[in-house]
Ligand binder design. Structure first.
Ligand code: MG
Length: 217
């Protein structure tokens, strides 16, 4: 697509996570919930989301792989919480996520990437029940060549298989020719481990956006 010798983009594709990148971070919502309830943040994460650096059979992970509906996941997570002496409700966390404020600067970045002739994808760990919500926040069909939703493909980050699947869907892009943006460090590490250019999106997304722009010229 582009040669290093002639300048041009250093990548053939850019892949974005969705939650915490285009919209509010569930981890930030969890931090707030844990603080309000006086529960250690790490414990709240462990109960509600499991060991997020791994792909396990925690009910949230199963829901993200499309193996469990959200009500069953909520019930099972409550059981786990009770085992730790806390009543933690997944639906309460969802209320903390609030409305769907979109990071428009990130949307504009996608448009610049496309204008540079670079392919675009979303790779999201998500649940079936959230599909209409997140897809409705940005014009996904206009912005992305490929959309990979964990609940549809039965795989989730940080399983390397879902990154390879995304690169294949993009037309067989080499990992070294693809950037990956995510707000969760473990997901970025997994992308880097297979050779992708991993970019962590922090609460202030400005440095991550600048890092992608730097790859375009
Ligand atoms: Mg995220």
């Amino acid at each position: 697509m582009s040669g290093a010798e002639g300048g041009g983009p250093a990548v053939d594709a850019v892949v974005w996570d969705f939650g915490g990148v285009f919209m509010a971070s569930p981890f930030e919502a969890m931090r707030q919930l844990a603080e309000d309830r006086g529960i250690p943040h790490e414990l709240a994460i462990e109960v509600l989301f499991g060991s997020y650096d791994a792909d396990t059979d925690h009910p949230w992970h199963r829901a993200e792989r499309g193996e469990l509906d959200v009500v069953s996941a909520r019930d099972q997570i409550r059981e786990i919480g009770r085992g730790h002496g806390h009543d933690l409700d997944l639906f309460e966390l969802m209320r903390y996520l609030g409305g769907g404020a979109v990071n428009e600067a990130m949307v504009e970045l996608v448009r610049r990437v496309r204008a540079a002739g670079v392919r675009t994808a979303v790779l999201t760990n998500n649940i079936v029940e959230a599909k209409d919500m997140w897809r409705g926040l940005v014009p996904v069909d206009e912005l992305f060549d490929v959309i990979v939703d964990s609940s549809e493909v039965g795989m989730r980050k940080p399983n390397p298989a879902i990154y390879h699947h995304t690169l294949a869907e993009l037309g067989g892009v080499e990992p070294e020719r693809a950037a990956f943006l995510d707000d969760y460090p473990g997901n970025v590490a997994a992308a880097s481990a297979i050779g992708m250019i991993g970019i962590l999106v922090e609460l202030d997304a400005t440095p991550a956006i600048a890092a992608v722009d730097a790859l375009l010229t």
